[in-house]
Design a protein around this ligand. Structure first.
Ligand SMILES: [Zn+2]
Ligand SMILES: [Zn+2]
Length: 123
């Protein structure tokens, strides 16, 4: 009668990484979050690393990017006051969550991530 239940709770190396079921989904907030909360590392002259946290599952990850002349990210389709849309030569960058760890149930073979995807623009 002295047995105590083992402490519940799954082991987690990344407490902020949510074990959501895999779902291919997007939301305007995803791009906004990533634009607001990413960090850029310049690896080589035109090689960058975008360091960000998945806006859906919260996993920290990085995305390599080769883009000469690249300066920053912004939200795709964001209304730019006073700027004519026709003058836009920005490159669209599709991004998606590629977290590792197999914590998202239903993730297809050969894929990683929670399924979240979004689009930003490079300026
Ligand atoms: Zn994840
Ligand atoms: Zn994710």
């Amino acid at each position: 009668m002295t047995t105590s239940p083992p402490p519940a709770g799954p082991p987690s190396s990344s407490p902020s990484h949510l074990p959501l079921p895999y779902e291919e989904t997007t939301d305007p907030h995803y791009a906004q979050e990533v634009v607001r909360n990413h960090a850029l590392q310049q690896v080589k002259e035109d090689d960058y690393l975008i360091v960000f946290t998945c806006p859906r599952c919260g996993a920290a990850q990085e995305d390599p990017l080769f883009e000469p002349g690249f300066r920053s990210l912004r939200t795709a389709g964001a209304p730019a006051a006073g700027v004519a849309a026709a003058s836009s030569t920005n490159t669209v960058l599709p991004m998606s969550c590629r977290c590792r760890g197999d914590i998202h149930a239903g993730c297809p073979d050969g894929r990683s991530g929670c399924g979240a995807y979004w689009t930003v623009e490079m300026v």
